[in-house]
Design a protein around this ligand. Sequence first.
Ligand code: COA
Length: 387
Amino acid sequence: MRDVAVIGVGCTKFGEKWDTSFRNLFVEAGGLALEDGNLSGDQIEEIFVGNMSAGRFVEQEHVGALIADYAGLATDNIPSTRVEAACASGGLAFRQAYTTVASGMADVVVAAGVEKMTDVGTEMTTDVLAAAADREWEGIAGATFPGLYAMIATLYMDRYGLTREQLAQVAVKNHANGEKNPNAQFRKAITLDTVLQSTLVADPLRLFDCSPVTDGAAAVILAPLERAREFTDTPVRVLGSSQASSTIALHDRRDICTLDATVAAGNRVFEMAKVERKDIGFIEVHDCFTIAELCAIEDLGFCKKGEAGKLTEEGVTALNGSLPVNPSGGLKACGHPVGATGIKQVYEVVRQLRGEAEGRQIDADIGMTHNVGGTGATVVCSILGRV
Ligand code: COA
């Protein structure tokens, strides 16, 4: 296995983007990444693109080929592959690109993610997202994603005594971070009351406990570490990237408050990267709902089960805390274009490690990503560090 570095990154603004198309979102993010890595398109050897459901959101399949074509690379006949693992599609595209470069199969490889979700209505979006759960046992019984995570939140609150205010503080903290991120969908600080007074979506989760529906794309370019300085003065090393799976249906889990795939992917990536929890300067975790952020912090081993709410309330996970979580604003405030989220997490970690995160800069040498598909049937974790 060769050492691998990220040599270029790009990300569109996230939000409701009615003025652009699915393919143009990718082209914009890819162009920014090429520019950032001082590359031209003809240097790209392979593309992996994370996308959950273009077929239903914009009625477009065969996304790998489409993306290569509209990136102007179809005539170069490079391999271009769509990667799908629901909301972990982006993280998985990154891992595929990483293993491709690490194995020596190719040198300069793009990992991208794109999703255009707002061209259909809320009812359709909810149904498309529900396909990331078990359709026969969950979706068909009416279980939506807010509904499934509400079940986790209900049991968690009962078992660990998490207060409604502690849960809401996750959203308050992520909106405060999102306000400082020029790419974020919601650049608006909120208070506990904003969350507590917002519309009930699936008890106990309210509107501000949920990530929004988002259009957006992100792209990063990987190369062998030994060649990285040919392209950039600020390569960021990939220390490890892991993947784990678990049961697709929530009711088949040993314990619905613990995402076993997060535990497994976390343990694997720490072993691979040869770093410890205390070495991690900040994490971008999959806060599709506020409760998910708390589970992630615990399941990755940063604190004991049941303690993450208190840590959040005490400011430990805030930008100026000892373990900043979701400096980008997370899925909650930055937005969640499902197939692109895992790549946006890597984008944020790279920008932070290069000292380019403007008003939300953290002083850290190592950062981590955690990207979840469904309610935890797929989890991808990556650890990146300054060279
Ligand atoms: N947080 C905060 N504000 C939100 C929001 C969110 N998650 N979603 C929408 N809004 C705001 C909109 O900006 C809009 O504000 P405005 O009136 O000031 O412009 C208002 O709420 C209504 O927006 P709308 O798009 O009509 O909301 P909606 O009812 O269609 O959607 C949800 C709300 C909660 C159903 C939707 O955001 C959702 O499904 N979220 C979960 C997505 C999901 O499950 N992702 C996968 C996770 S694994």
